[in-house]
Design a protein around this ligand. Sequence first.
Ligand SMILES: O=C(O)CCC(=O)C(=O)O
Ligand SMILES: [Fe+2]
Length: 248
Amino acid sequence: MALTTLPPGGPSAARAAIGAAVAAKLDADPRMQRLPSDQIAAWRCLDFLDHPWCDWLIQVIDSNRRPSSLLSDRGDPNNRTSESCDMDRFADGIRQVDESIAALLGIAPEYGETMQGQRYAPGQLFRTHHDYFHEGESYWPRMRENGGQRTFTAMVYLNAVEEGGATWFPQGGLRVAPRRGMLLAWDNMNPDGSPNTATLHEGMAVVEGTKYVVTKWFREEPWGRAARAAAEAAAAAASTGAPASAKR
Ligand SMILES: O=C(O)CCC(=O)C(=O)O
Ligand SMILES: [Fe+2]
């Protein structure tokens, strides 16, 4: 059977519970607006990040950018022509933004991957893809061991783009144009916790201007160095009786 015909993954009670909890939190938050789609649970927050923070993050991206990468076994480098910047979540400034996104969604920060900055010059794009992991691909065992499946995606647009650069969900019927400081979040899973194929999306080509965004992907379990640090702090606190937060 061809790889493309395999389902991307099955249902999961844990992912379903995350989806329901985050949806309830975002629906109750007056800063959030749910976007009109029958296929995708997606929200926006028009003024999430103040403009000085946007400018500062643009500078961070500009001084640390490298060509963007793809995970897929079938990846074509032309599918993602932007540049990316991994952000150190423990660095001053980055940590505040990172944690404020996690707090908005109500997900513990250690479930989030390192925030990534993206820069698109004219002509650059990120062709249609899913943010969730296809559980039939060779990278999946590595991902499953470290945080598991991606649940929510949150993006913040750091500037307005003269022309182009929208985030487009062809099956979800959504097209979101960049707007400075706006956050977009969506659940990559269905209500039963299986990957939602209708979350297929594209970072459309920039026509004029330069597009800057930060993206944060949340996992179904704690991820990476943050997860290890939290586990070590908890273990150390348990051995001394001190509160975990005082150990760092
Ligand atoms: O830049 C965009 O509009 C989309 C980015 C995206 O899909 C991603 O980084 O996963
Ligand atoms: Fe994406």
